[in-house]
Design a protein around this ligand. Structure first.
Ligand SMILES: [Zn+2]
Ligand SMILES: [Zn+2]
Length: 498
């Protein structure tokens, strides 16, 4: 966009060119404007509460707001809204203030209709949230704070296991102070319940809380549970396509990507599955989490399979850590069994299934129990499902990350309309279905890392009425990851005294 600078009430100020009818003023792209002092807060101005609610603790683009440029400019002139630069030049390139990206290869220039420049630079790294370019102002709120209701009653009278109890207590102790904590909880430990007491305390202190998780599936599963236990609180979920993004919320459940939209919003940040892709691989996502928290904050990490760096920090006591080695129902984690599958890849190409796998498949179909079958890639998925359908006559389907029906299929699987579900590692976390067995087809493949296999094995045996679901790893030679995953699970069971 282009702005002009002009004098208003004896102060130098700025305004979008479209709002000013004075052709003698020179319009320039936003980043070329002179430094202008923020207008002081006009106490008598009647600000729009809806705008306050949407912008508070955020940093958005004009395009993301359902307000006119006029309305926003009025709030700016009265000191309630701030404009800041989206992309700044640095000594060796650019930096994006939304996602923190500084890599030259992730910037590009385009011929920009808005600032009439033919080389307006923009950030490619966060483009899925709408384009931030050199001429795009980021809009934030600098008026009065939102006041949160202080009566948030936790409506839950379930019981915590002793491990959960300890972790919950540590979290509660941290609320109200600055710090960090890692809760290392096995799959099925019941980590959500561990959060309840701490969240209640935070909400009643007027603090804002965020649970950030890499996966939309997890947001969709967590949000209704939290709304149910905090019926008087303002809770909203944020993910691509969410309808609650303009809802006033003290407790936000969000995908890590949506963090890009927040700025100094949260006193308590809970990062779920901190080891999971893409959060652990994407520095800029970590950056956005660090921007989304207030300067003084408490960071809680949740993981069943913390990264090496994190484990090391916990061991050296640089990162306070509580472990929950036992599942909520008190039974051990199912230990995966390795099964020789021969040259599974070659067999697939020849249109054949490994004999051991075929035997298991038939027995599984017969038993009527559900199973998830994990594979290394979409191409394996497509070949395998065709062969499986020839062999058994039960409802079989498949999902992968690009599948538009992914959500629906997971629901069908939960409802037992699908008995055998083939999947890539996309469902290694988050999906909790009772009475389930798990098979990994081609477990020696590189995509099945130690943590992926621990997460996959963690899908089974989640219910106390079916706590020893089977986990089979069909392979063509044991991989180090397979051995490490099995040891990991055995060690956790040992620590739990099982
Ligand atoms: Zn960016
Ligand atoms: Zn431009």
């Amino acid at each position: 966009m282009r702005f002009v600078s002009l004098f208003l009430n004896n102060r130098l100020t700025i305004a979008p060119e479209t709002l000013v009818n004075d052709s003698s003023l020179k319009a320039v792209p936003f980043f070329e404007l002179p430094m202008v002092e923020q207008p002081p807060l006009n106490q008598t101005f009647r600000y729009d509460e809806k705008l306050q609610q949407i912008l508070y603790g955020k940093q958005l683009l004009f395009d993301e707001l359902s307000f006119t440029v006029d309305q926003i400019q009025l709030h700016y002139e009265n000191g309630y809204v701030k404009y800041s630069i989206g992309i700044s030049k640095t000594s060796n390139g650019y930096v994006c203030s939304r996602c923190g990206n500084e890599k030259s290869r992730l910037f590009a220039v385009f011929s920009c209709f808005r600032c009439k420049s033919d080389s307006c630079a923009y950030c490619r790294n966060c483009i899925m949230m709408g384009r931030v370019s050199e001429c795009t102002p980021m809009i934030s709120w600098c008026g009065p704070k939102v006041r949160w209701p202080l009566e948030n009653n936790l409506l839950w009278n379930g019981e915590l296991s002793s491990g959960q109890q300890l972790a919950s207590q540590k979290f509660v102790e941290g609320i109200g102070s600055e710090g960090e904590l890692l809760i290392w909880a096995v799959c099925g430990a019941g980590k959500t319940e561990v959060l309840f007491k701490g969240i209640e305390k935070a909400l009643n202190l007027g603090l804002r809380v965020c649970i950030a998780t890499p996966r939309t599936d997890v947001v969709l599963e967590l949000a209704p549970r939290l709304k149910a236990v905090f019926p008087n609180s303002m809770v909203a979920s944020y993910y691509g396509g969410s309808e609650e993004r303009e809802t006033k919320a003290q407790l936000v459940i969000s995908t890590t990507h949506q963090m890009y939209r927040f700025k100094q919003a949260f006193n308590i940040m809970i990062v779920d599955e901190v080891d999971a892709f893409p959060y652990s691989y994407d520095q800029t996502l970590q950056h956005s989490v660090s921007l989304a928290v207030t300067p003084k904050h408490f960071l809680l990490y949740l993981s069943a399979t913390p990264s090496k760096t994190m484990k090391k920090a916990a061991m050296n006591e640089r990162l306070p850590c509580v472990k929950i080695p036992k599942r909520f129902h008190g039974f051990p984690l199912p230990v995966p069994k390795m099964v020789w599958g021969g040259e599974w890849k070659k067999r697939l190409e020849r249109g054949k299934l490994p004999a051991t796998f075929l035997k298991w498949l038939k027995a599984q179909a017969e038993s009527g129990r559900r199973a998830m079958i994990f594979v290394s890639s979409v191409s394996v998925l497509e070949k395998l499902i065709e062969l499986i359908r020839k062999e058994v006559d039960v409802p079989v389907d498949s999902v992968h990350s690009e599948d538009p029906l992914r959500k629906e299929k997971v629901i069908q699987f939960r409802n037992e309309d699908i008995q055998l579900l083939l999947t890539t590692t996309i469902l290694e976390r988050g999906v909790t279905v009772p009475f389930l067995d798990v098979a990994v087809f081609g477990a020696d493949h590189d995509v099945f890392t130690e943590s992926a296999l621990v997460q996959i094995a963690g899908r089974s045996g989640r219910s106390k009425d079916d706590h020893d679901g089977k986990v089979l790893l069909f392979h063509y030679g044991k991989s180090l990851s397979m051995i490490q995953a099995i040891n990991h699970i055995k060690n956790m069971n040992k620590e739990a005294g099982l």
